[in-house]
Write a protein that binds this ligand. Structure first.
Ligand code: HSE
Length: 450
């Protein structure tokens, strides 16, 4: 067991000593003076637990008890705050609940766990009168959750919209600038360490949807489950899509969008729109110019208007910056004593409630549609006819000439006027059964107001 140490200091234990964990060790050590001058007392990393105790992480571990015993760390009286940086679901869930049972506050970066098991974990923290902080779970080092919870707390939030995944933003930026195929760029992203060996969560939009579920709860008090967020990834986008997007005046981003549709007297009736989709945004917009692995989030409040947060959404030191800021916030609460925990999701738990999602009939927007059709007379008319029958107006149509590789098929691109999601789906349903349309269409939404 570690010693009790300086009575003024707050003792911290770290479970999971990977890249971010190493960053936490560095930030706590390199910035110890600034941290103490801001808090009025030192933060001390007293214990680390990780199954891999052999790898040299290249950081100074003197005075830190390092072994594989996470439960021992949680039970150690010198640990007042437990940092969970393991990733995954079952093991971190077990340790977080064990930490609350032992009366310890928790800091985590685990968006997947919170998006799927948030109700249980936030409930356990609240019942125990303990804090859970997770700034690093959304936007890496960007303090967007703290901004929502504190700086924007006086607002009705109208919209949260942004680029929440660095891996996909890197792939989209590279596909656009090089004209290379998705698979080629993804492979390079993996070689450069931007993308995981299994990139499924990133490229399918799941990581962004986990983050959006947390943002939606914080923005609107909406207990929206991750499964309720329509999610489309970036697989299947072609160099042609980027070429045409540029011709139409757009760039393609994987956008996470959460809006609150308020109606009735005083805006009392709320319906939530939350989705993650590849989206065309005007070339001149700020979000269109967020390139590479960076993240950016726009939050619009009814009093403040639009605000924008930009920075590194991942990486050792940016993510560690957010983890240590959470440690500092909880340490202040511990020192104040008796104040009760902060509301981790901004709203008090009794006000985080299920809210209806906006219907497909109400959801309006423009779209880019790419069909792969047999190069025969009348096919274009069948596609545009189906759209017209369902009331989806057409702003532009482009048909490219057939290439030898396409074996008699051509890409047909339609840009729609604003139409409901229901009408668009009905039209796409009719087109899907046409024998002349040989592949599922690729739909890219268009968001003008970014
Ligand atoms: N895999 C994430 C991304 C970083 O690419 O943005 C961690 O949230």
């Amino acid at each position: 067991m570690s010693g009790q140490g300086n009575q003024d200091e707050i003792g911290v234990g770290l479970i999971g000593f990977g890249t971010i964990g190493r960053g936490v060790v560095k930030v706590l050590s390199d910035n110890a003076k600034e941290i103490e001058q801001r808090l009025g007392f030192p933060l001390r990393l007293v214990r680390i637990a990780d199954l891999d105790t052999d790898t040299d992480r290249g950081v100074d571990l003197s005075d830190i008890h390092f072994d594989a015993d996470a439960s021992g760390l949680i039970a150690d009286p010198s640990v007042q705050i437990v940092i969970e940086l393991i990733g995954g679901y079952d093991v971190p869930r077990k340790f977080i609940l064990e930490a609350f049972a032992a009366g310890k506050h928790v800091v985590t970066a685990n968006k997947a766990l919170l998006a799927l098991h948030g109700r249980e974990i936030f409930g356990a923290a609240f019942s125990a009168g303990l804090d859970i902080a997770f700034e690093a779970a959304v936007g890496g080092g960007i303090p967007v959750l703290r901004s929502l919870r504190e700086g924007l707390a006086a607002n009705k939030i109208e919209k949260v919209l942004g680029i929440l995944n660095g891996t996909t933003n890197y792939v989209l930026t590279e596909m656009e600038s090089t004209g290379e195929d998705f698979d080629v760029v993804l492979k390079r992203a993996q070689e450069l360490g931007y993308a995981e060996a299994d990139p499924t969560f990133d490229v399918e939009g799941i990581d962004a949807a986990h983050k959006l579920a947390l943002l939606t709860a914080m923005a609107y008090g909406a207990d929206l489950t991750f499964e309720e967020i329509p999610t489309e990834g970036i697989r299947g986008l072609l160099p042609l899509d980027f070429e045409l997007a540029a011709e139409f005046g757009y760039r393609i981003k994987l956008l996470a969008v959460a809006k609150c549709h308020r109606s009735g007297e005083g805006g009392e009736t709320e319906r939530i729109e939350a989705r993650v989709q590849p989206t065309m945004v005007p070339t001149s917009s700020l979000l269109a110019n967020v390139d590479g692995a960076m993240n950016a989030i726009e939050v619009r409040g009814n009093a403040v208007g639009p605000t924008l947060y930009y920075g590194a959404g991942a990486g050792e030191m940016p993510t560690a910056s957010a983890v240590v800021a959470d440690l500092m916030e909880i340490s202040r609460e511990i020192k104040r004593g008796g104040c009760g925990p902060v509301a981790p999701l901004s709203y008090l738990p009794q006000y985080i409630v299920p809210k209806p999602v906006v219907s497909d009939e109400e959801l309006m927007g423009r779209a880019y549609l790419r069909f792969t059709a047999v190069d025969e007379p009348g096919v274009l008319g069948q596609i545009t006819g189906a759209l017209g029958e369902e009331g989806v107006g057409i702003a532009s149509v482009v048909q490219r000439e057939a290439t030898a590789a396409a074996r008699g098929t051509v890409p047909v691109i339609v840009l729609t006027h604003s139409a409901s999601e229901a009408a668009l789906r009905a039209a796409l349903g009719k087109i899907a059964v046409l024998a002349e349309v040989v592949e599922a269409p690729r739909v890219i939404r268009i968001e003008e107001e970014v």
